[in-house]
Design a protein around this ligand. Structure first.
Ligand SMILES: Cc1ncc(COP(=O)(O)O)c(C=O)c1O
Length: 440
């Protein structure tokens, strides 16, 4: 295999996603390998991973059990179609996933990404309402500041202005709940005490549009990409109750929160609130092979199957749904989570993580801090007239000091792999503190 040397590569043919491409070309930062808690650059510099890649490498990098499973499966069956056929691992993986999902969500639809999982869940919700004779329910409700990927479905229910605004029109008739972030910085440790009544926005939208027009409401239990918004105590419970009362399906987008991020298999387990559908991706395969999935309540699938005549019941799917390499990676990943007790481990170290993150209160530029489980958002005061600039400079400075963080707008997001130890967390906070001091 030929590999272009850093000087031979153009760094311009690859149009990079969610990237300031012009800047990157002038200052490329390239990750060449990874093991455990660290990436390594091409020059051999170690970078501590404060973000589990992109909220996804929950078990840490280079897990040999997962590598071996992928290698083995590549030699046995690299691809097998799942349209009107099947292969063993897709079924085995679905069975294992069901064991990990909340009771009653025991049908799994496989996709290749979080965006596709969201679009699939929205389509399943529409198909279900039609199947039970509620075909007027075509409206989908999201939430302001929500992120549900970049497909047109996810964009329609998403609520981050920069992500949405260039791509109209969206699915007609979508609407949004307000987000739950308080106007004033709260420096809340874990869930904010106040704000459950914001769930009543769903009642307001029912009054406005009529319940008979609404198919589903989708929320991230903890909003991640928009800068970590933790639900107020009682909010998700209230949303569940209102949705049930009006025959509206509740979808939890758990692309970030599933697989231990909050110290449990899913956010649904953590909060004790069971939605009707759960979307997931990222930690599903420890990001070793792209894969997403939707867990669906049994009777939702049964209704769709039973309403159809002879033939395909749901005209939806992807060439790579249940791909053998992804299924192999996923099975090995679930084994690692269980064998190493990683969800419990995350729960155990979360209080330490919380205390360290909140020790940044009072540091230069810090406006608010929010956290739950192994997720934290550190919101900065924006630089006058240059929104997001300060955070990007801190991102670069941290990287150059050996730490990978994520920034979104003027918010730093941390989501370390679940194998993080206290020393790693200390190093993350020290590096961020120094960067905050150094950047104007
Ligand atoms: C909550 C949520 N949903 C959907 C997505 C989209 O996932 P993907 O980038 O795999 O399409 C993301 C990605 O960060 C996410 O955080």
């Amino acid at each position: 295999m030929t590999q272009a040397s850093p000087t031979q590569r153009s760094h311009s043919a690859f149009w990079m996603p969610f990237t300031h491409n012009r800047h990157f070309r002038s200052e490329p930062r390239i990750l060449a390998s990874a093991l455990g808690m660290h990436y390594k650059t091409e020059s051999g510099r170690e970078i501590l991973d404060g973000t589990a890649g992109l909220w996804c490498v929950n078990a840490g990098h280079g897990r040999h059990e997962i590598v071996n499973a992928i290698q083995r499966q590549a030699a046995i069956l690299g691809f097998g179609p799942t349209f009107q056929l099947g292969h063993p691992l897709a079924f085995a993986f679905a069975d294992r996933l069901v064991e990990m999902m909340p009771t009653g969500l025991d049908r799994i639809f496989f996709t290749n990404s979080g965006s596709e999982a969201v679009d699939s869940a929205l389509k399943i919700a529409l198909a279900y309402q039609r199947a039970i004779g509620q075909g007027t329910r075509t409206r989908l409700i999201g939430r302001e500041r929500g992120y549900h990927g970049t497909g047109f479905g996810g964009l329609s229910v998403g609520g981050i202005a920069t992500v949405r605004r260039d791509f109209s029109p969206h699915i007609p008739g979508t609407d949004h709940l307000r987000h739950t972030l308080a106007g004033e910085p709260l420096f809340a440790v874990g869930q904010p005490a106040d704000g459950a009544e914001l769930a009543d926005d769903l009642e307001r939208l029912v009054a406005l549009h009529g319940a008979e027009t609404i198919a589903a409401v989708i929320v991230e239990p903890v909003a991640g990409s928009t800068g970590v918004i933790v639900p107020p105590v009682g909010y998700l419970e209230r949303l569940r109750e209102i949705a049930t009362r009006h025959g509206i399906l509740l979808i939890f987008d758990e692309v970030i929160t599933a697989f231990g991020r909050l110290g449990a298999a899913t956010a649904a387990h953590h909060f004790g609130v069971t939605p009707d559908l759960i979307t997931m991706a990222k930690g599903l395969t420890n990001a070793a092979v792209p894969m997403g999935a939707v867990a669906v309540r049994t009777d939702i699938q049964e209704a769709i199957l039973n309403a159809a005549g002879f033939g395909i019941e749901l005209h939806h799917g992807y060439t790579y749904s249940g791909h053998p390499l992804a299924a192999a990676a996923g099975l090995a990943t679930l084994d690692v989570y269980q064998k190493d007790g990683l969800f419990e481990r995350a729960a155990g170290i979360s209080p330490y993580f919380s205390a360290k993150v909140h020790s940044l209160r009072g540091a230069r530029h810090v406006r608010d801090i929010r956290n739950l489980g192994l997720v934290a958002g550190i919101e900065l005061d924006p630089r006058e007239g240059e929104p997001a600039r300060r955070a990007l400079e801190i991102f670069h400075r941290c990287f150059d000091s050996g730490l990978l963080i994520r920034v979104t707008g003027d918010i730093i997001a941390l989501s370390p792999p679940l194998i993080a130890e206290e020393g790693h967390i200390n190093a993350m906070i020290d590096t961020i503190r120094a960067a905050l001091e150094a950047v104007d």
